[in-house]
Design a protein around this ligand. Structure first.
Ligand code: TYD
Length: 208
């Protein structure tokens, strides 16, 4: 019998630590013989990766920024995500549209109604089956980031920006509670991993 595809997105402010857990979930599913597409936004196709480089490095106004991330998303959905789901793969995506609502919407203060419209046009109703939201105090996340890397355009933003981004994620989670699982990202890697596995199990994604 053909397996059902699963689309899982990973969200949170920069420094919340989601990347480590995406890798371990991918390895875990592959051990069970599942095809896994491990991908990211903006990005995931040659065109979308080219757009990512622009968005992360060039100054631009929030509408341009929003159009570029949604253009990247359109290509990513059509070229990579939809075909993988059609084959029954597990799609693990490092950020998706909730990041646009959190960063461009809440962070930059861009019009949420425009984002709603772009979301409807680009996604045609497609949403992740499950979104793991790694929630962390922005001051803690800033300290973690400072220890490991030089900042890009978003990471260079101040604490109030990340407070707004966090509130943006909280608003999306409150509006779509069935899709979101909040992960308390303040614990040890082992504690966070246990929460991730519980959330995936509770969602029922791992038996399929
Ligand atoms: P991130 O996913 O954190 O990658 P890395 O681990 O390589 O830093 O970086 C992507 C950045 O892009 C992040 O700061 C959030 C931002 N972003 C948006 O502003 N809007 C979006 O729609 C997406 C997907 C990302």
């Amino acid at each position: 019998m053909k397996q059902t595809g699963q689309f899982i997105s990973f969200e949170g402010i920069d420094g919340a630590g989601k990347s480590t857990h995406i890798e371990s979930l991918a390895a875990w599913w592959r051990q069970q013989g599942r095809e896994v597409l491990l991908t990211r936004e903006p990005g995931g196709t040659p065109l979308a990766e080219a757009l990512r480089a622009l968005v992360l490095q060039q100054a631009m106004d929030p509408l341009t920024e929003s159009l570029l991330v949604f253009a990247a998303r359109r290509d990513h959905l059509q070229q990579a995500i939809e075909p993988a789901l059609g084959r029954g793969a597990i799609v693990l995506c490092d950020r998706f549209t909730d990041a646009t609502f959190a960063y461009q919407g809440a962070g930059r203060g861009f019009d949420l109604r425009v984002l709603d419209t772009l979301e409807a046009w680009v996604q045609q109703g497609r949403q992740p089956d499950l979104t793991l939201w790694f929630d962390l105090d922005p001051a803690v996340a800033a300290a973690r980031r400072a220890a490991v890397r030089a900042p890009d355009r978003f990471e260079a933003q101040d604490l109030p920006f990340f407070e707004r981004v966090r509130a943006g994620y909280a608003a999306r989670a409150a509006a779509q509670p069935g899709r979101f699982a909040r992960i308390d990202a303040g614990g040890s890697p082992q504690e966070v991993h246990a929460q991730v596995m519980r959330a995936v199990q509770a969602h029922g994604a791992w038996q399929e």
